[in-house]
Design a binder for this molecule. Structure first.
Ligand SMILES: NC(=O)c1ccc[n+]([C@@H]2O[C@H](COP(=O)([O-])OP(=O)(O)OC[C@H]3O[C@@H](n4cnc5c(N)ncnc54)[C@H](OP(=O)(O)O)[C@@H]3O)[C@@H](O)[C@H]2O)c1
Length: 263
């Protein structure tokens, strides 16, 4: 059997996609002939991304804050009304602020929980209900981070809250398998986006070094010797978001240049 994505005409929703990992995923699905809805919280950035992607195929944008319940409902309703349904959900989210454990307040933990725990769970529920009702052979891909296997100092909110996504993927994989919905996850390592710039600035501030020195230091820790690109990550997202991965569900795989040490 040839390894083709079969995504032509498939309906894909990608969240947090006005830049970075989500944008790269949306671009890759469009290149495979899919119809795509992207979301982000900033209307201006979203409009810019839609305009840039428009030459590649059918693309729509829906503004919405992933940390707000009614916005999650709006995003799913919009995608269904624009495309007639959702075959693949690619869940990416915003970044919690960097920092050490002692720097965060109660409100920081509540905010990070809404963005990183409640939002993937509730969005997953809404999309699953839609797929079950419409008898869609669906796919979901949840992006998290390699820190769910190896907590990393300086990003405590992310390290703690994202662990929930690992269990969410396994839970949904098992519960939704009998409904013909496959659910998988990806733990990216370091991928060249605005998030890397943010982490470099933060490390530079706390350690009195230059941001570029932090990046160099980081690259020596990555066995493949460099930060990955959004295109490289998008290939794995397309694989899990299409029938190329037809016997996979409940799995979370690293795409990280082998930075992860744990087994
Ligand atoms: N880059 C990496 O190395 C790396 C590694 C592991 C995990 N991650 C995680 O991957 C996710 C994507 O990050 P990225 O690297 O692609 O960074 P990015 O380029 O900064 O992209 C973040 C995206 O999230 C959107 N966003 C932020 N808050 C949102 C919200 N409340 N609701 C909806 N959309 C929101 C942003 O758009 P608007 O500003 O328009 O809302 C933007 O499109 C983050 O959770 C990040 O922590 C990144």
């Amino acid at each position: 059997m040839p390894l083709t994505s079969g995504l032509s005409g498939q309906r894909v929703l990608v969240t947090a996609a006005s830049s970075g990992i989500g944008y790269g995923a949306a671009e890759a699905f469009l290149r495979e002939g899919a119809r795509v809805v992207i979301n982000s919280s900033n209307q201006e950035k979203l409009d810019g991304a839609v305009a840039k992607l428009a030459p590649l195929g059918e693309i729509h944008g829906v503004q919405g804050n992933l940390a707000a319940k009614t916005d999650l409902e709006k995003i799913v309703n919009f995608a269904v009304s624009q495309m007639g349904g959702i075959d693949t959900l690619v869940y990416v989210t915003g970044s919690p602020k960097p920092g050490g454990f002692l720097e965060f307040s109660y409100e920081d933990w509540r905010g990070a929980s809404d963005l990183l725990v409640v939002s993937p769970a509730y969005l997953g529920k809404l999309v699953a209900e839609h797929m079950i009702k419409e008898k869609i052979r669906g796919r979901m891909v949840f992006l998290s981070s390699y820190v769910i296997k190896e907590p990393t100092l300086g990003i405590a909110l992310s390290s703690v809250c994202r662990v929930a996504v690992l269990s969410l993927v396994r839970t949904l994989g098992r519960e939704l398998g009998p409904k013909n919905i496959r659910v998988n996850g990806i733990m990216p390592g370091f991928i060249q986006t605005g998030r890397i710039d943010q982490l470099a600035q933060d490390a530079a501030r706390r350690r009195s070094i230059r941001p570029e020195d932090w990046v160099k230091e980081l690259e020596t820790e990555i066995p493949l010797g460099r930060i990955g690109t959004t295109e490289e990550l998008a290939r794995a997202i397309v694989f899990l978001g299409s029938e190329m991965s037809s016997y996979m569900s409940g799995a979370t795989i690293p795409v990280d240049g082998a930075i992860l040490r744990s087994i």
